[in-house]
Design a protein. Sequence first.
Lengths: 100, 302
Amino acid sequence: MKIELSVIPQKKDNHSSQKIGDEIIVVPIVNDIAQMTDLYTLNETAAFIWENLDGLKSLNDILNLMIDNFEINETEAKADLFSFMEEINTFVEIKVPHEK
Amino acid sequence: MVETRLGKIKFALNLLVADFLFKINSTVPFDYSNSFLAHFVLENPKTIDCSIQISTENFTYKPAEKVFSANANFEDNYLINNYYWEVFNSKNHKYFIIFEKENNKAIVKAQFSEKADIWEIFLDKDYYNNTKNIFPYPSFHLILYYFLEAQNCLMMHASGVYKLGNKAILFSGFSGAGKSTISRIFSENNYQLINDDRLVLRKINNSWKVYNTPMFYKEKPQSASLFKLFLISHGKKNEANKLNGASALASILAFCLQHNYDSKIVQKNIGLVNDLLQNAAIYNLAFLPDNSVVNFIEKLDE
């Protein structure tokens, strides 16, 4: 999934989530029995990203927060961020900031 | 509790399932003696927790919001592969309809109250006349699921065993993981089987209790207090590691029956499992399919 760092992601309302310690569990809202066992657990880094998908911060903002809060360089942070966004793309909508 | 009149009652039955009392009134007769319900019958109940009224009146259903459906082949099972069902939210109540796959014919409509403690079941006359069955598959399973969900219970794909006077050990995992195998091994080593497929977990007086149900097997009611849960897989040796946090919660939740069309239901289930995990330890367990696993588990954490 190729997305620009300038985009602003926001969580949809197609799931329910709960923080357990430093981790988060995400359960999809489904309407079919085939999806009954789908759910996600987010480790500390993923949970941090998830909690910052607030519809206000851009991916670039989140990237900088990751670098500030974890012992991680920009390359690693970018890889983690894009990988995670790929995993959870069904729970997120992307807003493109208006050009000035 | 107000009971709905659907006609002259020709058959009545009380069932005790997971310490809840179900009262069934039907306008058509039903021979339950050879059914899965037989061992769960209770005479002279004092209070009723769930009222089920059954009739063969013609039924219609108005367009309503469909919130959940099950139309898939999961197992090599005649029943599952020949019927499907859908759940609807209408203005005043919820209902599910079971259809025959072959001709999409609705054979039962079951409408239920907000708390799923009052049910009106409308059976297709032709279906009843051909089968004499008042609970076409999977109607009783769904009644049980929705009632128990409203009562803050969990239903889980798991097997469970206990020793007399002791607490229950549960085994869960995907199909083929070995739930039936490991519970059979324990049964052969002086453990009592609660059930090897579906269990109800209910919190009573601040502790979690495990029950079987009259869903798939003809067996007597069993229950025990919950002790430990194991997520199992076949292994080359017996080994276990304890799970904590979100992984533990997700592992249990994944094997609970869930019709997660409502975020409130999801949030409640997360809370229930989180509470359960404050009272019982959960482990990943790779096991050898022989008696050594019994000794291994009995000595765990000693």
